[in-house]
Design a protein around this ligand. Structure first.
Ligand SMILES: Cc1cc2nc3c(=O)[nH]c(=O)nc-3n(C[C@H](O)[C@H](O)[C@H](O)COP(=O)(O)OP(=O)(O)OC[C@H]3O[C@@H](n4cnc5c(N)ncnc54)[C@H](O)[C@@H]3O)c2cc1C
Length: 475
């Protein structure tokens, strides 16, 4: 971009949002150069120059966003929506520069409807701020993401996130009734009032998982719940991972409604569970939780425990379950989370019960055997359970990765190739809840096969100049 173009664009953007809501300062541009994706963070860590956005813009309304997108179309420059920047996939990384569209000024709660149990809020609202407001009315948005303190409502929906209690309450996308969206060409639309209707084809779900490539979510109406009267938690230890998975399957297929099943593989039990909760145990540690009416929750817990015991589980009682609940987010933050100088990645996936254990062993073997020389650690837990299957939240950790940035990129990409190939060859999806972003973009064509060109055609129709978040989600 020439200096002249830069100034022309800047003056047009200033007309829309005002001078104080645009920054081109080097320090701000560096802050917005990376989200939580290991690769661009490593690039910065090694002192290499990242790609920076040209402008950081803080619009205050959907109308302003529409005007910004029209300017971007005129000059054919990229626009990257930025919520909290807590995504781990490089979805908000400005790989081609352009406009960084920080939506956090769109942060108002517009309506809490206590009859229909819904909340309508602007998409840039922080997850915890929204939750605190609902809690004051005895309500909760049951999307308990470990990143709620730094993520936004739009950031929950755009990559199809799942929170800790999704096993009963669903993914973020299961809670949204309708959205206001600014299309790439600047039209402002609102999807139908509810998604469950028979009023024609469903374009609503097209925007969930589009991660800013199909437009900008500016408002959403979410279904909320009453805060539960009781939350019962219990832990069980299994010596056999397959039996533990079988127990989880029965809890789901018999519809015992656990709000959480968190099953750590023996490697995670020996490392993460020990580090965060202080328990030294051999085997697979499983936490299950039941909530709502105290009598119903107690009965569900009792029936579930019977299933676990019949499959060889050892009842550890309530205390280790409650302790896990109290520390559930501590697994992801210092001093327990993954950190430099390690190389790491969360190669999470989802599949049906018939394939789940096989996929776990296939991915574990592939990663451990291929990268044995790098002393790779592979750990995993099973979370986000469905009636038909569950998510495997697997991770690799290389304690001493190459220091040279280019070499580190090559090793990192090779490990991802190995892990995702194991997923695709064993019937899994490339992701369950972190989204695709930049990290998994190159696997989209392989995942969708002959269906992929159809999505490319939709993208071309919605975003003819390709301004929205280029390089992400396969586009
Ligand atoms: C410590 C930690 C714990 C985490 N735990 C969880 C978890 O429990 N569950 C989970 O699902 N994820 C989790 N994540 C991943 C991530 O935080 C979530 O995906 C989160 O919801 C992203 O929200 P954000 O506002 O930070 O989005 P960003 O990182 O800003 O953006 C994510 C993507 O969505 C796009 N986007 C953002 N806002 C909009 C919008 N308004 N319109 C259109 N596109 C938009 C961006 O362009 C980008 O592609 C975790 C991350 C961290 C760092």
């Amino acid at each position: 971009m020439t200096t002249l173009q830069h100034e022309m664009i800047r003056s047009e953007l200033e007309e829309v949002v005002g001078k104080e809501y645009i920054s081109t300062r080097e320090s701000d541009r560096l802050v917005y150069a990376t989200d939580w994706f290991w690769l661009p963070q490593m690039w910065l860590d090694r002192g290499a120059q990242p790609t920076l956005p040209d402008f950081i813009v803080h619009p205050g309304t959907a109308v302003e966003i529409a005007e910004i997108l029209k300017i971007a179309n005129t000059y054919r420059i990229p626009v990257v929506p930025w919520g909290g920047g807590s995504g781990s996939q490089g979805g908000a990384a400005p790989v081609f520069g352009g406009i960084m569209l920080d939506v956090k000024r769109l942060n108002r709660i517009l309506e809490i409807d206590e009859t229909s149990l819904t909340v309508t809020a602007e998409a840039g609202i922080n997850g915890s701020v929204l939750e605190w407001a609902l809690n004051e009315k005895g309500l909760t948005l049951p999307h308990y993401a470990a990143s709620a303190n730094c993520a936004t409502l739009g950031g929950y929906l755009a990559p199809r996130g799942s929170g800790t209690i999704s096993t009963k309450y669903g993914k973020a996308e299961d809670m949204v009734l309708n959205m206001q969206i600014v299309l790439p060409t600047g039209e402002i639309i609102r999807t139908p009032i509810v998604p469950d209707h028979a009023g024609g084809p469903d374009y609503f779900h097209l925007f969930l998982g589009s991660e800013g490539t199909f437009g900008v979510i500016t408002e959403a109406t979410m279904q909320v719940d009453y805060l539960p009267a009781a939350r019962l938690l219990r832990a069980v230890l299994f010596q056999n991972l397959g039996h533990a998975l079988g127990a989880g399957r029965q809890l789901m297929t018999r519809r015992l409604s656990p709000f959480v099943i968190r099953l750590y593989d023996p490697a995670s039990t020996a490392t993460q569970v020990k580090k965060v909760l202080g328990y030294e145990m051999d085997g697979a540690y499983m936490v299950m939780g039941f909530d709502g009416d105290p009598d119903i929750a107690a009965l569900q817990e009792q029936k579930s425990l019977e299933i676990c015991l019949a499959l060889g589980g050892q009842d550890l009682g309530r205390e280790p379950g409650e302790k896990w609940w109290d520390h559930r987010y501590h697994f992801y933050y210092p001093p327990n989370g993954l950190h430099f100088p390690w190389m790491y990645g969360t190669t999470e996936t989802v599949t049906t019960f018939d394939k789940l254990e096989k996929l776990y062993w296939a991915q574990k073997r592939a990663v451990e055997e291929t990268y044995a020389d790098w002393n790779v650690n592979y750990i995993g837990h099973f979370s986000h359970w469905f009636h038909w299957g569950a998510s495997l939240y697997s991770r690799f950790i290389i304690p001493e990765p190459p220091q040279e940035a280019e070499e580190a990129i090559r090793l990192h990409n090779r490990i991802w190739n190995t892990a995702i190939t194991a997923v695709l060859e064993n019937g899994g999806m490339i992701n369950e809840h972190h989204g695709v972003g930049l990290k998994l973009s190159r696997f989209m064509r392989r995942q969708y096969g002959p269906a992929w060109p159809m999505l490319e055609r939709i993208k071309k129709t919605l975003d003819p100049n390709g301004i929205m978040n280029p390089g992400k989600v396969g586009f």
